[in-house]
Design a protein. Structure first.
Lengths: 416, 290
């Protein structure tokens, strides 16, 4: 991917939304008269990045961060106020809900019109029509007017049309969040198929699971600027920490890559600190890093209270290699919240669990906070603090991350 | 034991396009994009026609029936009630034919003007979602208006045949007149259309203006009936020679006075120049304002 040609590049792009005293003054401003806007907001600030051919990129960030504006600048429906956007000789399919559909037309007629407006020749559209109809799977609604469609059906139709031809750049703007699980799955399969055949993917989403699954690079956008640009685990963990930071006034974020490839992110306001945490076999004093499937282990932690803490909740989470959460809970949910702790006190805890996980590498994270999540007060939180490996030495072979208590019950019946 | 992760800052790639080649590349790319997306125009025009049909029984026919109905009203009132006669042509029904000819010329101008006024608002949604060269919008306006005007001309041919008037080679003169009126309407309409994005009052004002304009144009009456100050106003009206060209061809079976069309052609060129500049300045920001 490092050698692939650059297909898209933004250089010092700034987009300013201006508020004028009235529309008339905006008009005069356009005509070149020296009337400035009353108020100008930079929704995109000096953004520079480039995308290589075949890359799959996700833009993440909170609402209003500027992701959608960035997409509009990339697709060209909006022009940058300063800077330049260069898209190399390639067709980009734009994917927003609706595609400018006409509510009075049937699905089929809209495909004809919007397809034509996207630049497809009429005979090409007719040739693609059966496939679009089949992919959208909206049945008889395909020949009913769009007024009768649900938002999910519109999303199906737009996605089917926009991806009828594999584009060089596919831009997906949250459209997938509208459809039901079945269609999301189907859409993902198609996006993945495009990605594997060399399409450059740019995805805007709030679903971090999608990001992990589809993208090899993530750009975190905040207040119109790029905050982080890198591999998914790194940026997503940073994002999660940032979301917590927004809620907590004083917080420091520390991030580093462990030697084994896992990314370690640590942050918190320091009210309480995890002094030590490790994984042990019950009764033993030597930490373990390799565990047998089904073996009982315990994560022992020692927490020091640095300042008076009215409420302390300890949470643990186990994630697999791809970042999917295998299990997670905290003492809020188990009804073991500690109240009124004083500075200098030490809390010792044990999380005992049978390691009913599939073979593979897993990471244990912890969080010390108040309430049921770390968003309000986060004292100390570390992602991927302990990395351990699960191996299978006994029992039948199985795949997946969960050792379900499943068994086959088989009989051979003799037919009469 | 742990290494610090670098923040990835994208830098400009070395193979970047130097600025000097920029204009050429931009122009090339503009035409390449326009060509690749050329199906936009017919798709949008046919979409417009179909959307008229969707919820009305005779849909697009209204665009023909409207000017015809207006012509019928004038024929009844002016020709039958007021006994208006057309100087120079002795055939019965000459006045009705004269009216139809004028209406055909006027309605083309009106439609291009009115559609240009609202085209940005109508296509606002599409502009936000599909990236297409903005230059397509005027093409859609003109294309749609031309189709309508051809339908109207067809109806006119049918009707005047009853009065004993038939198309002749002189009708080719209509192309010249139509060209003048299209570009004049487009130049004026696009500037006003861009203004209309900001204050919808423009559309309302134009309703009044076009009404007055209609009566300043010799459609219902003939120029020879008017004298004095009013005649000078009619002479100043760039649409007068355009409508007269229609009347020359359809009623009198003669070539239009090409010299008289120079005035509207000049104004049309000026209007197109102004609108191109305004359009060029405004087009990056149109989407922001919609």
């Amino acid at each position: 991917m490092q050698d692939a040609p650059i297909i898209l590049s933004l250089t010092g792009v700034t987009k300013t939304f201006s508020v004028y005293r009235s529309n008339i003054s905006r008009l005069f401003h356009w005509l070149g008269l020296p009337i400035g806007p009353r108020e100008a907001t930079d929704v995109i600030k000096d953004v520079t990045f480039s995308v290589r051919k075949g890359e799959s990129l996700a833009l993440i960030g909170q609402n209003g961060a500027g992701k959608s504006t960035l997409l509009k600048l990339i697709t060209g429906t909006m022009a940058p106020t300063r800077g330049r956007v260069d898209v190399q000789e390639s067709i980009s399919a734009i994917l927003e809900l609706g595609l400018g559909f006409n509510m009075e037309f049937t699905g089929r007629e809209n495909v004809r019109q919007s397809g034509g407006m996207m630049g497809l020749a009429p005979d090409r559209i007719e040739a693609l029509m059966p496939e679009i109809e089949a992919f959208a799977e909206i049945g008889e609604y395909f020949d009913k007017t769009l007024r009768t469609y649900s938002s999910g059906m519109q999303a199906r139709l737009s996605f089917a049309l926009a991806t009828a031809i594999r584009p060089e750049i596919l831009i997906v703007d949250e459209v997938l969040s509208v459809g039901d699980a079945y269609f999301q799955h189907k859409s993902f399969a198609r996006i993945r198929e495009f990605r594997d055949s060399g399409t450059t993917i740019i995805l805007v989403t709030h679903s971090l699971g999608d990001v992990r699954e589809l993208c090899e690079r993530v750009i975190l956008v905040d207040k119109g600027a790029i905050v982080r640009d890198g591999p998914p685990d790194e940026v997503i963990d940073y994002y999660n920490a940032m979301v917590a930071e927004k809620e907590n006034a004083k917080l420091s974020i520390e991030q580093r890559r462990r030697k084994d490839g896992w990314l370690h992110t640590e942050f918190g306001d320091g009210r309480a600190r995890m002094e030590s945490i490790d994984l042990f076999r019950p009764g033993e004093t030597q930490p373990v890093s390799v565990v047998n499937v089904g073996e009982v282990v315990e994560a022992r932690s020692r927490i020091r209270i640095m300042r008076d803490t009215p409420e302390l909740v300890l949470g643990h989470r186990i994630t697999d290699r791809t970042g999917h959460v295998v299990w997670g809970s905290n003492t809020w949910h188990t009804g073991q919240v500690l109240d009124g702790l004083n500075a200098g006190e030490v809390v010792v805890s044990k999380l005992v669990f049978p390691c009913d996980l599939g073979p593979g590498t897993y990471a244990l994270s912890f969080g010390l906070h108040s309430r049921d999540n770390h968003l309000e007060d986060c004292y100390h939180k570390a992602e991927n603090q302990i990395v351990f490996e699960v191996i299978r030495t006994r029992g039948p072979v199985f795949i997946g991350t969960s050792r379900l208590q499943a068994r086959f019950e088989i009989e051979v019946a003799v037919s009469a | 034991m742990n290494s610090v992760v670098r923040t990835v800052v994208s830098t400009l790639p070395p193979e970047w396009v130097p600025p000097l080649r920029d204009v050429k590349i931009k122009t090339q790319r503009f035409f390449a994009t326009a060509w690749r997306q050329r199906h936009f125009v017919p798709a949008a025009i046919s979409g417009e026609f179909r959307s008229r049909v969707v919820r009305s029984k005779i849909g697009t026919l209204w665009f023909v029936l409207h000017p015809l109905a207006m012509a019928l009203v004038y024929v009844l009132i002016l020709s039958e009630v007021l006994g208006a006669k057309l100087g120079g042509v002795e055939k019965p029904g000459a006045y009705a034919v004269y009216l139809l000819a004028g209406m055909a010329g006027w309605s083309l101008f009106m439609e291009v003007l009115n559609r240009s006024l609202t085209v940005f608002i109508e296509y606002g949604n599409a502009m936000k979602k599909i990236n297409f060269p903005k230059i397509f919008l005027p093409l859609v306006v003109v294309g749609g208006a031309l189709v309508n005007n051809l339908l109207l001309l067809g109806a006119v041919i049918f009707i005047i045949a009853f009065y004993g008037f038939f198309p002749s080679i002189h009708w080719l003169g209509l192309i010249l007149a139509a060209g003048c009126s299209i570009f004049l309407a487009l130049g004026l309409g696009l500037v006003l259309g861009i203004f209309n994005i900001f204050t919808r009052d423009v559309g309302q004002v134009m309703l009044v203006v076009t009404n007055v304009w209609f009566w300043m144009t010799p459609v219902v009456y003939s120029k020879s009936m008017i004298s004095g100050a009013s005649a000078r106003v009619i002479d100043l009206n760039p649409l007068t020679p355009v409508v007269q060209a229609y009347q020359d061809a359809i009623v009198h079976n003669r070539w239009p006075d090409v010299a008289s069309l120079g005035y509207p052609a000049l104004l049309a060129a000026a209007a197109m120049l102004v609108s191109t500049i305004v359009f060029w300045r405004a087009s990056p920001e149109i989407v922001d304002a919609l």
